[in-house]
Write a protein that binds this ligand. Structure first.
Ligand SMILES: Cc1cc2nc3c(=O)[nH]c(=O)nc-3n(C[C@H](O)[C@H](O)[C@H](O)COP(=O)(O)OP(=O)(O)OC[C@H]3O[C@@H](n4cnc5c(N)ncnc54)[C@H](O)[C@@H]3O)c2cc1C
Length: 330
């Protein structure tokens, strides 16, 4: 039987490996060790060779470089072809991909081409009796499911911030290989016409933030949104919203947290005027501490909250914001 190996697909980031890259390397290293196999890291992009040393220092045994100008920015048709070729050539047992905007698109397409089993949005991985067990929340986060696959390879996308990032080991080096993708331009049906940067919010990015303050319909209208922004600013937090709020156009859709929005895993999640619908909760099951402010003591959000404040946010938030500013000396 061929030796087991784990391949992680690193999405090259400006200036180095991204937090998601390090989590992929951390999870991949742990899995490869449990399987008694090697960890391979695939660097597909343009000018990615500069990340080879880092990938080795963070745990990869072999780094496979696919350096090609056509891989400069993510285009699904191009990437899925390139990564498929790499996977077929390297024959890994498991392929791990970030559950990012591009990873979410790439993984199912890749799995279909390889006729491979795929678990998306994994929050844990382990090996039991030689079989890889992939864990993910299901039913809007109300249950945890475990999956195993009988295919080789088997694929998983990993939820951001659900896995410990790899630690740097100075002097650790990987073997380096290069692969040239063969891309038939006639097969590329997607063209990237324009990249639009989201307007800067001034605070941390919602997806990566350690503290998030979200507002819901209970705020009453967009004229009251400043209550949420002021608390977030005092805490150095990112701002999020429910779909009720984004659908109403109070804030941009990019702030929507939940099943059909962003999945977040902050250390502290403060909800203001949010009922705690199952679709909202689905995006916050990885939050370590939820603090809910709602005037309805029976609101579902209190079932998920570690601390709850029952009352009118218009009385609670100004006092809370002022106290936090005082404590932080800002
Ligand atoms: C397929 C599908 C996907 C969906 N995806 C998402 C998703 O990704 N994210 C998401 O958020 N929703 C999603 N939804 C919508 C979801 O079902 C809920 O409708 C939505 O989350 C409710 O938003 P809310 O909590 O802001 O509003 P509400 O449910 O109306 O709750 C408002 C809360 O504010 C409280 N309140 C009112 N006034 C005050 C006050 N003065 N002070 C304090 N509290 C007050 C009320 O007691 C109430 O609990 C989805 C729905 C469907 C069908």
């Amino acid at each position: 039987m061929a030796t087991a190996s784990v391949l992680v697909l690193l999405e090259p980031a400006e200036g180095g490996l991204s937090p998601m890259n390090l989590e992929l390397l951390g999870a991949g290293r742990a899995l490869a060790d449990q399987l008694g196999g090697e960890l391979l890291a695939l660097l597909a992009g343009e000018g990615v060779a500069k990340l080879v040393d880092d990938a080795g220092a963070y745990g990869a045994d072999r780094v496979v470089v696919m350096d090609d100008p056509r891989l400069r920015t993510y285009v699904g048709d191009v990437f899925v072809t390139a990564v498929e070729q790499a996977v077929r050539q390297l024959s890994p047992t498991v392929v791990l991909i970030g559950h990012t905007a591009s990873g979410r698109e790439l993984a199912p397409r890749l799995a279909a081409r390889l006729e491979a089993g795929l678990t998306t949005d994994c929050t844990a991985l382990r090996v039991q009796d030689g079989v890889v067990v992939m864990t993910k929340p299901v039913y809007g986060g109300n249950a945890i499911a475990e999956y195993t696959h009988s295919t080789t390879p088997q694929l998983a996308t990993l939820r951001p911030r659900a896995f410990d990032p790899a630690q740097r080991q100075e002097g650790r080096q990987a073997r380096v290989e290069t692969l040239a993708p063969s891309i038939d331009e006639a097969q590329v049906k997607t063209r990237l016409l324009e990249t639009v940067q989201a307007a800067p919010t001034g605070g941390p990015r919602l997806r990566d933030a350690k503290i998030v303050v979200s507002g819901g319909r209970g705020l009453g209208g967009p004229e009251n949104w400043h209550y949420v922004e002021e608390l977030a600013e005092a805490l150095g937090a990112a701002v999020g919203a429910t779909r009720a709020v984004t659908d109403a156009g109070w804030v941009p859709p990019s702030l929507q947290v939940g099943l059909t929005g962003v999945t977040i895993t902050p250390d502290l999640y403060i909800t203001v005027g949010i009922s705690g619908a199952v679709q909202h909760i689905a995006g916050v099951t990885g939050a370590k501490n939820i603090v809910a402010i709602n005037r309805d003591p029976d609101a579902n959000i209190f079932r998920h909250a570690r601390f709850g404040v029952v009352g009118d946010y218009k009385q609670i938030l100004p006092a809370l914001t002022a106290k936090i500013r005082e404590l932080r000396g800002s």
